[in-house]
Design a protein around this ligand. Structure first.
Ligand code: NAP
Ligand code: MG
Length: 474
C-alpha cells in the first residue's frame, strides 16, 4: 500500500502588502493618532504584523466632526446615488477578495478556507444586499429619515464581516459612520478604509478609529453620536447600555450566546455530526451563535458520540494559511487563557474531557478540538460562554425536556434542531427562546435574514429588512 506524506497547500502571503505602520482614517485621509501605538500580531506565529495608531477621545472627536459634516451631503443624496457607491464597494471587495481573505487569516488566525469561502463572500453579499435597499427605503416601511452619525464598535471574531454588518445598512439609510475595530484585528478595517477611497466615497462618510476599549468607550460616549451599534461581550454591552441610558441615542447590542444544538434519535446521524462540527469548531468556536451545548437524545448518545469522535480525529489543526486546515489559531493569548481556565473548571466540576490526538504548532495560540461529556446543567461549562473549540454534551429524553434545557441559559441567540419530523421542528422552534433557529443545518447566514438575540444576547436585529430599522428615525 502506498503511504503518502502530508503535503501542505499554503496560500501565498505575497498577495497582500502590509506596511510597517497605520494611522487612523478620518475625513478620507490616513492621519496619526494622538495615543501610543500598539502592535497587531499574527496569532498563529506571534509575529507582529504592523504598528497601529490609538485614537484618543480628541481623535474620536475629530472623526465624529468629520462624520457630522459629511452627513449633510450623504443624507441629501438620492438613495439611487448612495446605492452606486455601495455597489462599487461591493464589487471592489469581490475584486480584492483574495487579498482581504489572506489579510483576515493573518490578523485573526482563522483558516483561509473559511475567510475565503465564508467571510469574504458574505461581506460582499452584505454590501450588495443593502445597496439594493438604498433607493427603496420608502417601501421598507421605516421611513426614509437617517439618524445621523453612527458610532460602531465590533469584536475580533469576524472583523470584516462585522464591519459589513454595521457599515452597509448604516450607509444605505444615509447615515455616516465612526467605527472602531477590535484591538487584535484592525487590519481589514484599514483596508476597507482604502477601499472607500478607491470607491471615491465622499470624505467623512466612513471613519475608522483604531485602539483598545478606551477608544470604543469614547465613540459610545461622544455627545454628537446619534446611534450606537455594538457587537461583543455581554459584560461590555452592559457598560455601553449604561452609558447610553438617558440620552436620545438609538442603541443595538449583539452580545454573547450559549446555543443548544439538539439532536433527536430520528435525525440523520452523519448529517448531524457535520452540523455539530460546523456548529462548534467553525472559526475555532469564536462564534457568538456557536452550537456550544450539544443536547443529544439519550437513546442515541453512544452512537452519536462515537461518530463525532471519529470525525474530530480527521480535523486538521494548524497553519491558517494552509488550504487544508480546518481549525486555525486562537485569536489571542488572553482568549486562550480564558478557554483553558474554563476547560479546567469543567474537569474540576466532574465533566469528562476528550480531544483527538493532534499535534499543535509550538509558536502561536492553539487549543485542540475538545468535547466534555457528562455535563450537568449546574456545571459552569454548561452556562458560561467559552468562545473556543469546546463542546459541552448534555442529554435529554423528551422534546419537552430538550426545550427546558435549551432555554435554561441567560442567553438566547441561536439554536439547532436535528430531526426527521417537520412537525417537531415547528413545535420546537416555537418554544425555543432564541433569535435564530436552524433546522437540520447550523451556522447558515444570509444578508436577507435578520440576526439577533433575546435576553442577555442583546437587542435589535442586524441583516434583512429589520436591519434597516436600526438606522432610520422610525
Ligand atoms: P468585547 O471585549 O466586548 O469587545 C468588543 C469590542 O468592544 C472591541 O472592539 C473592544 O475593544 C471594545 N470595547 C472593550 N471595552 C469597551 C468599552 N468599555 N466601551 C466600548 N467598547 C469597548 O468582546 P470580545 O471579547 O472582543 O468579543 C467576543 C464577544 O463578542 C463574545 O461574547 C461573543 O459572543 C460576542 N459576539 C457577539 C456577536 C453577535 O452578533 N451577537 C458576534 C460576534 C461576537 P478591544 O478589542 O480593544 O478590547
Ligand atoms: Mg492580530
Amino acid at each position: 500500500m502506498a503511504i503518502f506524506e502530508y503535503a501542505p497547500a499554503p496560500e501565498s502571503t505575497d498577495v497582500v502588502d502590509i506596511k510597517p505602520s497605520y494611522g487612523l482614517f478620518i475625513n478620507g485621509e490616513f492621519v496619526d493618532g494622538s495615543g501610543p501605538t500598539f502592535k497587531t500580531i499574527n496569532p498563529a506565529t506571534e509575529v507582529p504584523l504592523a504598528e497601529i495608531a490609538t485614537a484618543t477621545s480628541d481623535d474620536v472627536d475629530r472623526a465624529v466632526q468629520a462624520a457630522r459634516k459629511a452627513f449633510g451631503v450623504w443624507s441629501a443624496l438620492p438613495g439611487a446615488e448612495r446605492a452606486k457607491y455601495l455597489f462599487r464597494i461591493a464589487r471592489i471587495i469581490q475584486e480584492r477578495a483574495r487579498e482581504l481573505a489572506v489579510l483576515e487569516s493573518l490578523d485573526n488566525g482563522k483558516p483561509i478556507r473559511e475567510s475565503r469561502d465564508v467571510d469574504l463572500p458574505l461581506v460582499a453579499a452584505h454590501f450588495f444586499y443593502y445597496a439594493g435597499w438604498a433607493d427603496k427605503l420608502e417601501y421598507a416601511g421605516f421611513g426614509t429619515k437617517a439618524l445621523g452619525v453612527a458610532g460602531q464598535v465590533i469584536p475580533w471574531n469576524f472583523p470584516l464581516l462585522m464591519l459589513a454588518w454595521k457599515i452597509a445598512p448604516a450607509l444605505a439609510c444615509g447615515n455616516t459612520v465612526v467605527l472602531k475595530p477590535a484591538e487584535t484585528t484592525p487590519l481589514t478595517a484599514l483596508w476597507f478604509a482604502d477601499i472607500c477611497r478607491q470607491a471615491d466615497l465622499p470624505p467623512g462618510v466612513v471613519n475608522i478609529v483604531t485602539g483598545a476599549g478606551d477608544t470604543g468607550a469614547a465613540v459610545v460616549a461622544h455627545p454628537d453620536v446619534n446611534k450606537v451599534a455594538f457587537t461583543g461581550s455581554t459584560e461590555v454591552g452592559r457598560i455601553i447600555a449604561r452609558t447610553v441610558a438617558g440620552t436620545d441615542k438609538k442603541l443595538t447590542l449583539e452580545l454573547g450566546g450559549k446555543a443548544a444544538n439538539i439532536v433527536f434519535e430520528d435525525a440523520a446521524i452523519d448529517q448531524a455530526v457535520e452540523g455539530i462540527v460546523n456548529g462548534i469548531f467553525f472559526n475555532q468556536g469564536h462564534v457568538c451563535c456557536a452550537g456550544s451545548r450539544l443536547l443529544v437524545q439519550e437513546s442515541i448518545q453512544d452512537e452519536l458520540l462515537d461518530s463525532l469522535k471519529r470525525r474530530l480525529g480527521t480535523l486538521r489543526v494548524g497553519d491558517p494559511l494552509d488550504k487544508n486546515t480546518d481549525v486555525g489559531a486562537i485569536n489571542s493569548a488572553d482568549q486562550l487563557a480564558k478557554i483553558r481556565e474554563l476547560s479546567e473548571i469543567g474537569e474540576s466540576e466532574g465533566a469528562l474531557r476528550w480531544s483527538p490526538a493532534c499535534e499543535l504548532p509550538e509558536r502561536g495560540f492553539w487549543f485542540p478540538p475538545t468535547i466534555f461529556t457528562g455535563v450537568a446543567q449546574s456545571h459552569t461549562i454548561a452556562r458560561d460562554e467559552i468562545f473556543g473549540p469546546v463542546l459541552s454534551v448534555l442529554t435529554f429524553r423528551t422534546p419537552a425536556e430538550a426545550v427546558e434545557k435549551a432555554n435554561n441559559t441567560p442567553y438566547g441567540l441561536s439554536a439547532g434542531i436535528w430531526t426527521e419530523k417537520g412537525s417537531r421542528i415547528l413545535w420546537m422552534a416555537d418554544k425555543l427562546r432564541a433569535g435564530v433557529v436552524w433546522a437540520n443545518t447550523f451556522n447558515k447566514f444570509d444578508p436577507a435574514s435578520p440576526f439577533g438575540g433575546y435576553k442577555e444576547s442583546g437587542y435589535g436585529r442586524e441583516g434583512g429588512l429589520l436591519g434597516l430599522e436600526a438606522y432610520l428615525d422610525v
